[in-house]
Each structure stands twice: as structure tokens, then as C-alpha cells.
Design a protein around this ligand. Structure first.
Ligand SMILES: *Cc1c(COP(=O)(O)O)cnc(C)c1O
Length: 381
């Protein structure tokens, strides 16, 4: 089956008891034992819930493709999914991370897990040599994100996974920007994929949710142990919203990325724009690598204005894009990384990474591209 079909028929077609096409929302904390002597699949909803299971099987199939052992796990947020995946490691373990990851992941590594004795080294992961140079005897994992946030830098995934395998590292990829519709790291050799389903998978800016998918059952058991012990599980209504969002992922991604390319081309031609970052744009560094491992540029782009004043004015004048954090919704969102997603990254570090106060990130929604471009043009004047 092709991806568009799998998105609709990903394991849960209808309720076997009633024929309902909508996934039943099991709003329950506990399940009666039908036979007191027999263990059954569901006993307590932190450990398992049928609504959640429908989503977990769906994401496993979408990310895992032909990998029949792929296992999915749902969490109460993207960060909970990432934190839970990282919780399979122990104090003293060392992790190599890409340096321009999601700001909240940076904070998780840099403040939270540091206190728990997890060491990490952040490198420019678009250079395989830099990744290799960070290897230590205690290194246990490689944590990547591509395209990166917010500068859409590209990491060549396959050689990184080969390197990880060679050294027994568990490779983890945050696939939030691409979704399995455009990029499936497990198929390229990755061990664990994590998601903020708050973004494109949910797709409607109405839910906070996270997912993790492991390439095999053994890793799945380790992540499940954290899911059940740490307990950052989602409620069934949020799961339902993500399941519903996934059904329209194809049409949303196709339309939004078409708009993203049109907006990127418009911005590149604008006299007050100094740089445009979009993996689908000719000349974007790593575009060829991206096209080898993903089937589209996605719906997120960034650009730099000529002055700080113009960037700020753009955010207050723009009408069709909410000046807000987050991305991946049906509404276009313009965010200002220095004050929003990357506010927790120290200024000196931001400067080194090129996250300037002239940088604006756009997540294209489903408005007509022509209207967005007119609006952006007005806001840039
Ligand atoms: C939003 C986001 C996260 C965090 O997810 P939450 O659902 O907000 O907890 C992680 N990674 C990326 C790339 C994100 O965009």
C-alpha cells in the first residue's frame, strides 16, 4: 500500500463490536477482570488503553513500514515522548546530539537530564566527522533532527545510522517536521523515532501529544517500561484527535508544502529579505541529501529580514499568520525563535548557531498561497 492509503487503513478500520468507523474513546481508568484468575490485555489505563493502542499501532505502521517489529508508544506531549525515550539510558551514559535541535529538547539535555547524570555533546550533525569526533567510551546514543529547527539544516541520516550501528549506539530521530508521510528514518536504519504529534500529526493546533516508535520489540519493551513506570501517558480524547488528524495528513502536507515553496520563492525575491531557509528551495545547503531521504521539503521555512525592526514589524503587522509558537496546524504560524522556541538557548549559543533576532520561522497552513504572499508582502513594507 502507498502512504495515502496506509494513513486511512493503518490497522484500525472499524470497531469490531459495533462496526463504528470512528475510534471509540475509552474514557476509563480501569478495566474489570472478566476472570479473576486470568491476566487480560487491559487492566489499568496507564498501562494500556484501547484508544491509545489504536494510535500506537497506527504510528508503528506509518513509521515502521515493512518493519513488522516496529512498536509505537503514545505520550502526553512531544517532550514527554523524547524524555521517555531518553529515560532508557542511565546515569553516566553519554549521548551525541545535533546542536540545532528543538529548543525544548536542548533544555531537556542541558538542564534536566544533566542533573540525572546523563552526559551529552552537541555537534554540527551535518558533518559526519563532527559526529564521529564526539564519540566517547560511554557514548550510548545519537540524537538527531532533520531538517533542523529553526534553520532547516540537513543531516545525512544513513551514514549517521551506519556509524551508530558500528559503535552500538541507539540512534534517535525527532521526525516532527517531516512526519512519516515525507520521511521514515526507521527505514533508513534508525532505532527510535520521536514526534511532537502536537504539530503535523494532530494538525489542528488543538492538542498536545507525543509519540515514539522503536524499530524492534526489544527497544519497544524498554520504552514501554518507561511509559508505564514514568506514566506520561495521554488521555483518550487527545489520542482520538491525533488519530483523526492523521487521516488527513497527506492532503494537509501536500497542500502546505506547496504553499511553503511558493512563499519561500516569494521571500527569496523580496528586497528586504536577506536569507531564506527551506529544503525545497534550489541552493538550500543539503537539498540533494534531503531529497534522498525525504519525499518533500515540508511546510516549515525560515527567513531573515534586513533589520531587527522589520522582523518585529512583520510579526505585528502580519494578518493571516498568528505570531505564535508551534507549527504544523491548518493555520499559518509565524514565530520568532529568539523570543519563543529558542528563548531557552543562551544568547551566545544562539548567535553561534545563526539564530538571530532577524530570523522568523513560518509554518504554512492551508490558506491560499496567493493570499499569504500578499499579506506577507504588506507586512514586510
Ligand atoms: C514542538 C516540538 C517538540 C516538543 O513537543 P511538545 O508536543 O510541544 O511537547 C519536539 N520537537 C520538535 C521538533 C517540535 O517542533
Amino acid at each position: 500500500m502507498r502512504m495515502g492509503t496506509t494513513l486511512i487503513h493503518s490497522g484500525y478500520d472499524y470497531d469490531k463490536n459495533t462496526g463504528a468507523l470512528g475510534t471509540p474513546v475509552f474514557q476509563t481508568s480501569t478495566f474489570a477482570r472478566l476472570n479473576i484468575d486470568e491476566k487480560q490485555e487491559y487492566d489499568y489505563a496507564r498501562s494500556g488503553n484501547p484508544t491509545r493502542k489504536a494510535l500506537e499501532e497506527t504510528i508503528a505502521r506509518l513509521e515502521g513500514g515493512a518493519l513488522l517489529e516496529a512498536r509505537g508508544y503514545a505520550f502526553s506531549s512531544g517532550i514527554a515522548a523524547i524524555a521517555s525515550a531518553l529515560s532508557i539510558f542511565s546515569a553516566g551514559d553519554h549521548i551525541i546530539t545535533a546542536e540545532d535541535i528543538y529548543g525544548g529538547s536542548y533544555r531537556l539535555f542541558n538542564t534536566f537530564f544533566k542533573r540525572w547524570g546523563l552526559e551529552y555533546t552537541a555537534v554540527d550533525a551535518s558533518s559526519l566527522d563532527a559526529v564521529k569526533a564526539a564519540l566517547k567510551p560511554a557514548t550510548k546514543a545519537l540524537f538527531l533532527e532533520t531538517p533542523s529547527n529553526p534553520l532547516l539544516k540537513i543531516v545525512d541520516l544513513r551514514p549517521c545510522f551506519d556509524f551508530a550501528r558500528e559503535h552500538n549506539l541507539i540512534s534517535i530521530v525527532d521526525n516532527t517536521f517531516m512526519t512519516p508521510y515525507l520521511q521514515r528514518p526507521l527505514e533508513l536504519g534508525c532505532d527510535i523515532v520521536v514526534h511532537s504529534a502536537t504539530k503535523f500529526l494532530g494538525g489542528h493546533s488543538d492538542v498536545i501529544h507525543g509519540l515514539a516508535v522503536t524499530r524492534n520489540e526489544e527497544l519497544g519493551r524498554r520504552v514501554y517500561a518507561v511509559q508505564n513506570s514514568f506514566g506520561a501517558v495521554p488521555g483518550p480524547w487527545d489520542v482520538f484527535l491525533v488519530l483523526r488528524g492523521i487521516k488527513t495528513l497527506k492532503v494537509r502536507m501536500e497542500e502546505s508544502q506547496k504553499t511553503a515553496l511558493a512563499v519561500a520563492r516569494f521571500l527569496r525575491g523580496h528586497k528586504s529579505v536577506r536569507a531564506v531557509y527551506y529544503p525545497g528551495l534550489d541552493g538550500h545547503p543539503g537539498k540533494e541529501i534531503h531529497e534522498k531521504q525525504a519525499s518533500g521539503g515540508g511546510a516549515v521555512l525560515s527567513f531573515k529580514t534586513d533589520t531587527v525592526e522589520r522582523a518585529r514589524a512583520f510579526l505585528s503587522r502580519v494578518k493571516l499568520a498568528a505570531a505564535a509558537v508551534s507549527l504544523g496546524g491548518v493555520e499559518t504560524i509565524a514565530s520568532y525563535p529568539v523570543l519563543m522556541s529558542h528563548a531557552s538557548v543562551p544568547p551566545a549559543e544562539r548567535k553561534r548557531l545563526g539564530i538571530t533576532d532577524t530570523l522568523i520561522r513560518i509554518s504554512c497552513g492551508l490558506e491560499d498561497a496567493a493570499d499569504l504572499i500578499t499579506d506577507f508582502n504588506d507586512a514586510l513594507e
